[in-house]
Design a protein around this ligand. Structure first.
Ligand SMILES: Cc1cc2nc3c(=O)[nH]c(=O)nc-3n(C[C@H](O)[C@H](O)[C@H](O)COP(=O)(O)OP(=O)(O)OC[C@H]3O[C@@H](n4cnc5c(N)ncnc54)[C@H](O)[C@@H]3O)c2cc1C
Length: 1014
């Protein structure tokens, strides 16, 4: 590599940056100074930034002026008048605060148009004639324009088609030379997991754009012509490789060798360097066969906050560097590489930055590399325009990135505005300091020092990805948490990383043939012995994705085997109950580690036997590991408790616990019950659902292989409901953990009223969407919660309550219908299926819910059978459902969402509470007053605001309901107290356990135990 870098470059670049700064200050207009001053005042008062974000984000969500005015006034009342506004604007706002509510029809449009005016220089109007006029003016000044049509990421495929048409229309417009697009605006069903499928669809769509670009000429001010240019912006880390692959795959197609195309790479991602090299090699091959060079725009990266949140929620390391100096160093390293002579013929470079030091360094290196013909400087419209003018004066090269948005789509600009605001105010960002930046100020010296440091770091900065999870490798148990509160959840699989996709593809293709003749035969495990099925006692379960194919055969217990198992569980021949806690804990951690290392097999078993998709099964394995690791920590807390009361309390297991698990969470739920009961020292009999014996058996193998005796954990699928009932009502069974239907819980209590039943039962869960919600976000959350695992989750949203304004909003209806219709329904073995099969063809309530309408109900989207597999149904949305109707009150457990309208939030809360269930509940509203009121009035165990209602997480978000959704003590699964009813607490010859576990008797919980729980 030729070294363009010399130590003296740093000083030269600083000198050049100094000159750029001085010149830009001379060029700054009074209006630009006013805006900068406003921004500077905002930086001095960070609370004011929050006010502005709340204003832009919340108030204009509704179309009702009085509601807008009310929300604006509420924000002003709570936050105060922002101090960054000019004195005149502050006075106007005070007037609005006092009188805005009286004449909302006048005041709100005034506020709206003021906001549009204030942002007009950052976001261009996208209406054809106005935009064309603007672009022509810029081009007359010699500035090239790159137009980006702002829009939220897509929800559905109809919208995707519209966006594609919009881009094609733009490329045909004579005034537009270049457009920037993001892959998330081209396809609504992007999936890192279904990589091949996703890249294929996106490449087809990009091909259309590239062909249009190649067919349309742009005429420059100097009279020369060229074809149009399409840039691919970079968004999230998960899109990085996909975007690069889409670019290569589409441009490799016939006849596209001479298309002018570019891609952005983000320096805050260390992995970008590797992608740069891959693209450079590809571009060399392309130009070697006569193709056009590829343009690479180097940016630092605009989504730091979002990447931070994403990493923290998923328990993954943050993909971008966490220090600005590293990003800055990598930026320089990438620029240096791109300016090398070996890329002179194949790569053009976009230097995109507002940092005058980096621009100056790029100018120096460009001159050294004699590369001015292949380097362009790129800046953002409306951001420090005076600096842009100074850069243009010196380089005569400028591509100005101009976001555009139509008047009616102004809300779509919010995300962009907030990103820019972050950049302008971020603590270490260059633009934050530009207002009063003088060459003598300490800030200038500070920036100079940072620049020097970053230049020094340039050669040592690591290009090693910060996200490196590799499922192909064996895992070790992580260090044990010192306390249950410090437990770190097991991370789900990071599908962004191609190695993990390759891993699951291998697992899936290895398992797809382990069915039919090759299907496993699963024994009963009773009294430490395996009992193989004889002809009479053999159960068979089928693969819901291929209902003719056997997923497994399994032995089934009759009453005699049940008696044997109960006797063994009671007698505890392996002395599990008296095994010291430390040993139990060690074995359980070992079991958790087996699950870690068998993740792929567990997922595949859930696909084969339960019809779960990979995306749905993977988090289940994480949850199973969490249960196994977390519950012992919560038991330990009681044994270790140093409080005075613990000296007087004796803690012992309850004895034998029967776990009855369902088919819809075939990994996590059986594992959770077993792990909790074993951790508390009990012997356990697991009776899995006969639909999903295979994953439950694999889970048990993890426990047994860890060294937990087969006498302590027995595996007993039952041959009939009668035998299962014999098990749970057995006179030697005291405690039953059930996850299943409300009717099953009632039936157990009827058969054996004295049993200690810990039951998580059904739900008729609702999400309320008010007029003050982010409607697109609401649709995204509701669709995921309603149709994940085909709606077969007890936590699924099955009722959608819309405030009248939203209910009547045609755009909302269209977006919801589009999002639902776009979900692909298919075999769970197919990684691109978003919705897999039902466990069985619809019958009873679900059949009625899918096939029948009442009163004035109609289908916004009609559920339909898909192909010839009767387990496959496309999702449906039933509109205009009335309170009290069948669909309102009945748990359907399938892919049907029933929509009810309401006028006032209280009315909606009443409708939700009247179902009698109370498992999960959601609210979509950005108004904190609505959020508080809803939180205090809704009756449900798990409440979710502005997010989906499914996906509980151990410790962070334990799971459990109220009302008909829970029987027994009501302690949440995955919470710190779940193990309490599985232990016996005795104080001075007095047994406390009944007071804790039998809520029905409603005795007060003993004081000393309460203090221990605290
Ligand atoms: C023409 C143009 C096109 C763009 N296109 C894209 C695009 O396609 N995709 C995209 O993501 N962005 C894009 N951006 C935005 C860009 O990524 C930067 O966010 C923005 O330009 C600010 O960087 P800077 O070099 O101008 O300023 P600087 O102030 O020097 O750098 C600010 C940047 O440093 C990084 N940073 C700040 N703090 C930290 C920290 N603690 N740890 C690690 N890094 C940190 C962040 O990336 C931040 O944006 C574009 C910018 C321009 C000018």
């Amino acid at each position: 590599m030729t070294n363009l870098y010399q130590d003296s470059d740093v000083d030269s670049a600083i000198e050049l940056a100094r000159r750029l700064l001085l010149r830009s200050q001379e060029l700054q207009t009074p209006e630009e100074k006013r805006q900068q001053a406003e921004l500077d005042r905002m930086i001095q008062h960070p609370d004011d930034k929050a006010t502005l974000v709340q204003w832009t984000d919340q108030a204009f969500r509704t179309q009702t002026p009085s509601r807008v005015a009310d929300q604006l006034m509420h924000i002003l009342d709570v936050q105060g008048i922002p101090r960054f506004f000019s004195p005149l604007d502050q006075t106007l706002l005070r007037g609005f605060q006092s009188f805005g509510g009286y004449l909302p029809g006048v005041s709100v449009p005034m506020v709206k148009s003021k906001m549009r005016r204030e942002t007009a220089n950052v976001i261009l109007p996208a209406e054809d004639d106005v935009l064309s006029e603007y672009l022509e003016k810029r081009q007359r000044d010699g500035i090239r324009m790159n137009v980006n049509f702002l829009g939220e990421s897509l929800l559905g495929e109809t919208e995707a088609k519209h966006r594609l048409e919009k881009y094609i229309h733009a490329l045909a417009s004579p005034q537009i030379e270049c457009i920037s697009v993001k892959i998330s605006t081209l396809y609504s069903q992007i999936s890192s997991l279904a990589r091949r499928h996703t890249v294929g669809v996106l490449a087809d769509r990009m091909e259309l754009l590239y062909r249009t670009a190649a067919q349309n000429q742009f005429r420059y001010a100097n009279g020369s012509n060229s074809t149009k240019f399409v840039y691919l912006d970079m968004e999230e880390y998960r899109d990085m490789r996909l975007t690069a692959d889409v670019l290569k795959q589409s441009l490799d197609r016939d006849g596209l060798g001479n298309v002018r195309a570019g891609i952005a790479l983000q320096a805050y991602l260390p992995d970008s360097y590797e992608i740069l090299e891959e693209l450079a090699d590809w571009a060399k091959r392309r130009t070697a066969t006569g193709g056009t060079p590829l343009t690479i725009r180097v940016v630092k990266g605009a989504n730091l906050e979002m990447e931070r949140v994403d990493a923290s929620i998923n328990g993954w390391p943050q993909a971008p560097f966490d220090k600005k100096i590293d990003t800055d160093a990598n930026y320089k390293r990438m620029l240096h590489r791109l300016l090398q002579f070996d890329l002179a013929e194949s790569i053009c470079v976009g230097v995109a930055s507002h940092n005058l030091f980096d621009i100056a360094l790029a100018m120096l290196w460009t001159r050294k590399a004699q590369a001015f013909d292949r380097v362009q400087f790129e800046m953002l419209e409306g951001m420090a325009n005076h600096q842009r003018r100074a850069v243009f004066e010196m380089t005569k090269s400028m591509l100005l990135y101009a976001p555009a948005c139509k008047r009616e789509d102004f809300l779509n600009a919010i995300g962009y505005l907030i990103r820019r605001l972050d950049e302008n105010t971020g603590p270490s960002n260059f633009l934050r300091h530009t207002f009063q930046l003088s060459l003598e100020s300490p800030v200038w010296h500070h920036l100079v020092a940072d620049f020097r440091d970053a230049c020094e770091h340039r050669e040592i900065i690591s290009a090693k990805p910060r996200r490196f999870q590799n499922r192909m490798l064996a895992c070790e148990s992580p260090t044990e948490a010192s306390h249950w509160e410090r437990y770190c959840n097991e991370p789900d699989t990071d599908w962004t990383l191609p190695v993990n996709v390759e891993w699951i593809e291998g697992k899936v293709s290895g398992w797809i043939d382990r069915c039919g003749e090759n299907a496993p035969d699963i024994p009963l495990v009773i009294s430490g012995r395996e009992i193989i099925a004889d002809h009479r006692h053999c159960g068979v379960s089928f693969d819901p994705s291929r209902p003719d194919i056997v997923a497994c055969r399994f032995a089934m217990a009759g009453k005699a085997e049940v008696d044997l198992a109960v006797q063994c569980g009671k007698q505890d021949p392996s002395s599990w109950r008296s095994t010291p806690f430390a040993e139990r804990h060690r074995l359980l951690r070992q079991a958790g580690n087996h699950m870690r290392n068998r993740r792929g097999d567990l997922i595949a078993a859930a696909i084969a036997d339960g019809g779960k998709t990979v995306k749905e099964a993977d988090p289940e394995v994480s949850e199973a590991i969490d249960f196994t690791e977390f519950y012992p920590l919560t038991v330990k807390r009681f044994l270790d408790s140093g409080c005075e009361e613990s000296q007087d309390v004796e803690i012992a297991p309850r004895g034998l616990v029967v776990v009855v698990s369902p088919w819809n969470f075939p990994i996590a739920i059986p594992c959770g019950g077993v792990a909790a009961a074993l951790a508390a020292g009990n012997t356990v009999i697991l009776k899995p659902s006969s639909d999903t014996v295979l994953p439950a058996y694999l889970i048990c193998q993890c426990f047994w292989d860890a060294g937990i005796p087969r006498e302590a954990l027995q595996f007993v699928p039952c041959e009939s409901t009668e035998v299962a009932s014999h098990l749970v009502s057995h006179h030697d069974v005291e405690t039953v953990i059930l996850t299943g239907g409300t009717a099953t819980a009632r039936s157990i209590l009827r058969t054996k009223p004295g049993v200690d039943l810990i039951a998580e039962t059904g739900g008729k869960n609702a999400t309320i969407v008010t007029a003050l919600s982010d409607r697109e976000q609401a649709i995204k959350n509701v669709v995921a919660s309603a149709f994940g695992h085909a709606g077969q989750k007890c936590s699924a949203t099955s009722l959608l309550l819309l405030e009248q304004e939203v209910f009547e909003d045609k755009k909302f209806q269209d977006m919801l219908a589009d999002a639902v219709r776009s979900l692909s329904v298919g075999s769970a073995w197919d990684l691109s299926s978003r919705i897999g099969p039902l466990i069985r063809p619809p019958r009873n309530d679900l059949a009625r819910g899918i096939n029948e309408l009442e009163g004035d109900e109609f289908w916004l989207v009609r559920p339909q059978p898909v192909g010839d597999n009767p387990h496959l149904y496309s999702p449906g949305v039933k509109w205009n459902v009335l309170p009290g109707s069948f669909s309102h009150r009945t748990e359907l457990f399938g892919p049907v969402l029933s929509v009810i309208s309401f006028r006032k939030l209280d009315e909606a809360i009443e409708i939700v509470n009247s179902t009698g269930y109370g498992l999960t509940s959601g609210l979509e509203s950005l108004d904190d007053r609505e959020q508080l009121h809803w939180r205090d009035s809704i009756a449900a165990g798990n409440l979710y605001i502005n997010r989906g209602t499914t996906g509980a997480v151990v410790l962070r978000q334990p799971f459990g309901g109220v009302g008909q959704s829970s029987y027994g003590p009501g302690l949440k699964a995955g919470g710190p107290n779940y193990v309490v009813p599985l232990m016996r607490f005795t104080e001075r010859n007095r047994d406390l356990s009944t007071t804790v576990s039998r809520k029905s008797k409603s005795k007060p919980v003993d004081e000393s135990l309460v203090r221990m729980l605290d």
